[in-house]
Write a protein that binds this ligand. Structure first.
Ligand code: DAT
Ligand code: MG
Length: 153
């Protein structure tokens, strides 16, 4: 059971919110069988986003990325489950939607890298960092879904 407790940080970006894709994105993870353990609706500050994307601060697209990400409300979430970090990345599809396979969220729902509708942690380590940045300990809720024994053997 322990390995099912891996967590990842998923966030609907401002374009995903503006385009009315919040429900569709949540539905992908719910239908897969992952467990939602935290969610909020916030308009993030540039300061928070600079921290969130600190690894990319030297990249030429960084100022534009922070501006886009702080241009409206976003929906940060924490999802839990077996191998959820890697599986969620596969569900998102490649960073650049031009390379995302059809059937992935980005492959189905967006076109350009600068408007790729959602974020997903790239490792267990960065997931921990991102969850701590966006949520307090109390905001991440431990619970047991009624269907858990039908999702895991
Ligand atoms: P990912 O979001 O798939 O983890 P990343 O961490 O390398 O990708 O980059 C973070 C975001 O920055 C990405 O979702 C979109 C933007 N981005 C990445 N590469 C870019 C580029 N070459 N031009 C413009 N935006 C880019
Ligand atoms: Mg990344």
């Amino acid at each position: 059971m322990g390995e099912q407790r891996e967590r990842t940080f998923i966030m609907v970006k401002p374009d995903g919110v503006q385009r009315g894709l919040v429900g569709t994105i949540i539905e992908r993870f719910e239908k897969k069988g992952f467990k939602l353990v935290a969610l909020k609706f916030v308009w993030p500050s540039e300061e928070l986003l600079q921290k969130h994307y600190s690894d990319l601060s030297s990249r030429p697209f960084f100022p534009g990325l922070v501006k886009y990400m702080s241009s409206g409300p976003v929906v940060p979430m924490v999802w839990e489950g077996l191998n959820v970090v890697k599986t969620a990345r596969q569900m998102l599809g490649a960073t650049n939607p031009a390379d995302s396979q059809p059937g992935t969220i980005r492959g189905d729902l967006c076109i350009q890298v600068g408007r790729n509708i959602l974020h997903g942690s790239d490792s267990v380590e960065s997931a921990k960092k991102e969850i701590d940045l966006w949520f307090t300990e109390k905001e991440v809720v431990g619970w047991t879904p009624a269907a858990e024994n039908w999702v895991y053997e």
